[in-house]
Ligand binder design. Structure first.
Ligand code: NAD
Ligand code: UDP
Length: 331
């Protein structure tokens, strides 16, 4: 258990990379609530300090503006490293593909090195993208994937695959305590309304009375997990012993087509959808659903919040952001 790493009487300390992002900020809040001190690091390339407003009011939180591609300063000591630093939306990670690749590989190495120096556990956010356009459905962790290694998504997909290889090599050769979670599409409050992901795009477009942009014919599927469920799964992974290395899929196995997502969003607000069809981006996976047997067995975890409930909460959050004029903080 993590407690065995901790410095006996002092508060355990976590280093959260990507803390100003969607998942990083929620995990920062969770760690603070669990009685941890948190050093949050971010280069702010796509996160927002507004996500850390709540954390910043807490005495045991500090923020470090840093790019994980650069070696982290000496003297940081911690009991847990959480690696959530990497743009997660396809348009954002493709904007500067070399930086994305370097973040995945060099950034993960720097964070793994920090964990090794501190004798800390590192929990790494891998992704369902490592399965590419899957030929096996649903996807268990044993499936090795179907990724185009030279396409526009490769900077992310292959970067994340290399990061997994790096962590398992550091585990085997240096005894690094690792936990690799393969996160499937996650959504909820604090998503950047302009980040280009499907849930944020559709809700933003719906609230701004714009047509929703469906790529392809909308028959491709995804399985959407609400953020509170994901945070709980990652927290259980943090607390698991060093024998729980993963990789473990974390996601909600309720699968739907993109058109079904459109219908759900508009049904919740009681409106008729207006759709603008656009070409499907290259290498866009046709289907995706996690097999979460490992998460149930090893972490005792499964999602509890239905897509309808989670989407309703997210609409409320975006609505409030829009009506208070705070969409701007993300632009
Ligand atoms: P996000 O884009 O909201 O947050 C990522 C954060 O990392 C941002 O604040 C960004 O500024 C920061 N960042 C990016 N590159 C950095 C660098 N080189 N140095 C320091 N900070 C950097 O994304 P998210 O949805 O919170 O995702 C967090 C992690 O989870 C990512 O690693 C992502 O790949 C992974 N993940 C997320 C999902 C999802 O659906 N949300 C799915 C699979 C994997
Ligand atoms: N998508 C869409 N309209 C949008 C944004 C995305 O139809 O405005 C589609 C996209 O082509 C993909 C799915 O929704 O098939 C999920 O896209 P997202 O970028 O959220 O995540 P990922 O492709 O990484 O799963």
């Amino acid at each position: 258990m993590l407690d065995s790493h901790s410095n006996a009487t002092v508060m355990p300390r976590a280093f959260v990379a990507g803390a100003a992002g969607f998942l990083g900020s929620h995990l920062t809040d969770r760690l603070l609530n669990e009685g941890w001190e948190v050093i949050g690091a971010d280069n702010l390339m796509c996160g927002s300090l507004s996500n850390l407003e709540r954390a910043s009011e807490r005495p045991h939180f500090s923020f470090l503006q840093a790019d994980v591609i650069s070696p982290l300063e000496d003297g940081i000591d911690c009991d847990l490293v959480l690696n959530l630093a990497c743009p997660a939306s396809p348009p954002r990670y493709q904007k500067d593909p070399l930086h994305t690749l370097m973040t995945c590989v060099v950034g993960t190495f720097n964070l793994a090195d920090l964990a090794h120096r501190s004798s800390a556990r590192i929990i790494h956010s891998s992704t369902s993208e490592i399965y590419g356009d899957p030929t096996m459905h649903p996807q268990p962790e044993s499936y090795r994937g179907n990724v185009n290694p030279i396409g526009p998504r490769a900077c992310y997909d292959e970067g994340k695959r290399a990061a997994e290889a790096l962590l398992f090599d550091m585990h085997r050769t240096r005894g690094l305590d690792i936990g690799v979670c393969r996160i499937f599409n996650t959504y909820g409050p604090r998503m950047d309304p302009f980040d280009g992901r499907v849930v944020s795009n559709f809700i933003r477009q719906m609230l701004m009375n714009e047509p929703v942009t469906v790529y392809g014919d909308g028959s491709q599927t995804r399985s959407f997990c609400y953020v509170d469920d994901m945070v709980e799964g990652i927290w259980q992974f943090c607390k698991a012993g060093p024998d729980v290395t993963g990789p473990i899929n974390l996601g909600n196995p309720v699968e739907m087509t993109i058109l079904e997502l459109v219908e759900m969003i508009f049904e919740i607000v009681g409106r008729v959808p207006e759709i603008a069809f656009h070409p499907l981006p290259q290498d866009d996976p046709t289907r995706r659903r996690p097999d979460i047997a490992q998460a149930k067995e090893k972490l005792g975890w499964q999602p509890a919040i239905s897509p309808r409930e989670g989407i309703s909460r997210t609409i409320d959050y975006f609505d409030e952001l829009l009506s208070s004029g705070r969409f701007d903080v993300f632009v």
